[in-house]
Design a binder for this molecule. Structure first.
Ligand code: ADP
Ligand code: MG
Length: 470
């Protein structure tokens, strides 16, 4: 089977487990359930059925509310929400008698008013990020573009109240003695809040929304983040257990790409993921997810990414996937990669593949071992096989600007070789960046390793396009 076919096949396989579950549900729904003869088994079936129906009503009501939100204010919608539920039940009589309408309506109203003025943004699936810079400046990101909204809070206290609402259920607090806090919304969205006197604009909230349907490789190809050839190449590299570092700035899409690359890991491998806040969503069966822990109010009890990396080595991992390498854990990662833990994936913050290498050197020094620079470079050169550089361009698009092979140490220098690069041609009238992703024409040195591990990449993937004219 060609890699391309595999790529497509994998996508189908990846989505097959949930769809199997869906089928089961519909079978259950279609089944006739007698109300007489209520054996415990029948009762259980009954309660499953009513749970499904409640979910169904919630989904339909949610959709309706989203539609109405385009024309009406939240306050007006809340007044009418019960009526809307009644309408849905009238239209869909399979729900009749099986749903707890009052409960569903109450849940949804709570969702709608839960986080005050930013609720509409939280409910809007198009919004990916929300930034509150004090009470009268709220930004939202849609389709990669940041825009100022007309949403306003009443005053600083109003924003503080919402922050407290977010952090209180997690047993955290925010006040002058602890003016910064990381938290999570019940749906998994990541929240950071920082307040005066540290934040001069007033209480500031940054929310990265949790995406229920994470992007797949096909999405990234369709966004132009990478080409199909690059995707084929990266899939082969992940399958061949190369150690890959994804490098880029904040919001450049590193975690998203990490998730997509991790999806190429075969289902029979034991994967351990390590993150500050669990964002990765893997489809494989054998995944153990670990999350670091910040210190408590007394400043104690923190568990760092480094602690988790070290612990994971005792958990018989076949793949270690680290959300973001920032400090001393770099040394442990490199050592693991050099001692048989191949196929590890991680991201790091930097502006170019070369910059990533020098940052890794600094991070290794942060581990506190007095290693000579040459020894560190040797570790880096032999551990890391590939750097995938990602950027958020000025027009909001995300691109993999370099796929670079780390060839190893020559003298004192780590040799890097680009395999694919983004060549910018200019900017069009709308500010959209024009350019093309192209192979450099050079085949990576590890091409042989790929072939010996039974993974073949068509050589055409590396061929420079003949008609490429700058
Ligand atoms: N390839 C992409 N194209 C468009 N948007 C993307 C892409 N990758 C990520 N995003 C969006 O960009 C935001 C940041 O992505 P994320 O992967 O969390 O970045 P990072 O980990 O680099 O901070 C998210 O809202 C995500 O939906
Ligand atoms: Mg990230």
């Amino acid at each position: 089977m060609s890699l391309l076919a595999k790529l497509k096949n994998k996508k189908q396989n990846a989505t097959s487990p949930p769809s199997v579950q869906c089928e089961k549900k519909t079978e259950n729904n279609g089944e006739y359930i007698s109300n007489e003869n209520n054996s415990p088994k029948e009762e259980k079936k009954d309660s499953i059925k009513s749970k499904d129906k409640n979910e169904e009503l919630k989904k339909q009501l949610h959709k309706k509310v989203l539609r109405e939100m385009k024309k009406d204010s939240i306050e007006r919608i809340i007044e009418r929400i019960d009526e809307m539920a009644v309408e849905i039940i009238k239209e869909d009589d399979s729900l009749l008698g099986l749903v707890d309408r009052k409960k569903i309506v109450a849940e949804l109203v709570n969702n709608l008013i839960g986080y005050g003025p930013i609720n509409p943004l939280l409910l809007d699936p198009e919004v990916t990020e929300i930034m509150v810079n004090g009470p009268s400046m709220v930004y939202a990101e849609r389709k990669g573009k940041l825009e100022l909204t007309d949403i306003k809070f009443q005053d600083n206290d109003h924003v503080m109240h919402i922050i407290e609402k977010i952090v209180a259920p997690l047993g955290r607090r925010i006040d002058e003695s602890s003016p910064m806090v990381d938290a999570r919304l019940p749906d998994g969205s990541r929240v950071n809040a920082i307040i005066p006197p540290l934040a001069l604009n007033g209480p500031t909230i940054t929310i990265r929304k949790f995406s229920k349907d994470p992007f797949t490789i096909e999405h990234l190809i369709s966004f132009g983040t990478l080409t199909r050839e690059m995707a084929i190449f990266l899939e082969a590299c992940v399958k061949a257990k190369l150690n890959i570092f994804i490098s880029g700035g904040t919001g450049s899409g590193k975690t998203t790409t990490l998730n997509v690359l991790s999806s190429f890991i075969p289902n029979d491998e034991r994967i351990i993921t390590i993150e500050d806040a669990a964002e990765l969503q893997l489809w494989q069966d054998h995944v153990v997810s670990l999350e670091s822990r910040p210190p408590n109010i007394e400043g104690k009890g923190s568990i760092t990414i480094r602690d988790l990396v070290r612990n994971s080595l005792r958990m018989r991992p076949e793949r270690i996937v680290v959300g973001e390498v920032r400090g001393g854990e770099a040394l442990d990662m490199l050592q693991a990669m050099n001692t048989g833990h191949d196929g590890s994936l991680a991201t790091g913050h930097s502006n170019s593949p070369r910059d990533m290498i020098s940052r890794l050197e600094t991070m290794v020094l942060m581990a506190g071992m007095e290693l000579p620079v040459k020894a560190i470079r040797e570790q880096i050169g032999s551990a890391i096989d590939l750097i995938v550089q990602q950027s958020r361009l000025k027009d909001g698009s995300r691109k993999i600007t370099n796929i670079t092979e780390v060839q190893g140490l020559e003298g004192d220098v780590i040799v890097l070789q680009d395999i694919f690069v983004f060549k910018q041609r200019g900017v069009d009238q709308d500010g959209k960046i024009m350019g093309k992703l192209v192979p450099t024409g050079i085949r990576p040195k590890f091409y042989e390793t790929l072939t010996t591990s039974g993974i073949t990449i068509p050589t055409s993937v590396f061929l420079e396009e003949e008609d490429w004219n700058l």
